[in-house]
Design a protein around this ligand. Structure first.
Ligand code: 6PG
Length: 245
């Protein structure tokens, strides 16, 4: 099952996705006492974070029960302009009453990327306390979509695409000249709700592929995001919907 919501502007996209998330958070915190989310980097999610940071949505989310991780991160300090944590902290976390103990940023003080990835996997393990051989299931994973079909930091022709065991890996991205830290498909696909945020005409052919039977054979890394039992949601703008019937 999946749902596609087409919005007339980036502001509307942020507000609509934010409303969906606020309702989901309220449902899970009421039922389970907590709501676990993995955030995304990129420019499109900023509109979501801005919408969640101010009324009415900032007052609709039960922040005390929200548990935050990141689906990917750059190997930079938290105050670096490229930091996904830094962006979300500036636009959202610094403006809402989420307890600091609920916020789990990548441990980037560790200089070695694979050590940071492994440590983050341990943080996820401790937070979810899965049974043996069980993969933790995030209530919501938010994903952006690159013009090359990447999502999180799963870029075309990178080693992380082949990872079948680890939940979080260091992923050297040659075309960026850097190593990224990223969730892998086994962890992403275990989520109960996977929410893609995409805007711009250059994303429209990818969105069309992701919503078609050809998805699984496509070269786009995002096409391998196939929830095991969860659901995919797409919040896109008119331009990104351009190739849809
Ligand atoms: C990152 C993101 C990345 C991003 C896409 C889309 O760390 O950069 O996780 O996957 O979501 O590149 O970015 P835009 O929304 O800016 O197009």
């Amino acid at each position: 099952m999946e749902a596609v919501t087409v919005c007339p502007s980036l502001e509307a996209l942020g507000q609509t996705a934010g409303c969906f998330i606020a309702q989901l958070a309220d449902k899970y915190v009421t039922k389970k006492g907590r709501f676990s989310i993995a955030l995304s980097g990129g420019s499109t999610p900023r509109f979501l974070y801005d919408a969640l940071s101010r009324p009415p949505l900032s007052g609709a989310v039960p922040w005390g029960g929200v548990i935050l991780f990141w689906g990917d991160e750059r190997c930079v300090p938290e105050d670096h302009p490229d930091s996904n944590f830094g962006m979300a902290n500036t636009r959202l976390l610094s403006k809402v009453p989420i307890p600091s103990e609920n916020i789990f940023a990548f441990p980037l003080k560790m200089t070695e990327p694979s050590a940071a990835a492994s440590a983050y996997e341990d943080m996820i393990y401790d937070c979810f306390d899965p049974a043996e051989d069980e993969i933790p299931s995030f209530d919501l994973i938010i994903l952006g979509l690159g013009a090359d079909g990447h999502t999180a930091s799963l870029f075309p022709d990178t080693s992380a695409l082949k990872e079948k065991e680890d939940w979080v890996v260091a992923n050297p991205v040659e075309k960026l000249g850097e190593t990224r830290l990223t969730f892998t498909y086994p962890l992403i696909n275990q989520a109960k709700h996977i929410l893609f945020l995409a805007a711009g005409k250059e994303k429209s052919p990818i969105i069309k592929t992701l919503l078609s039977p050809e998805q699984i054979d496509s070269p786009y890394p995002a096409s391998q995001v196939v929830p095991v039992t969860g659901q995919r949601y797409f919040f896109i703008d008119d331009a990104a919907a351009d190739a849809l019937p």
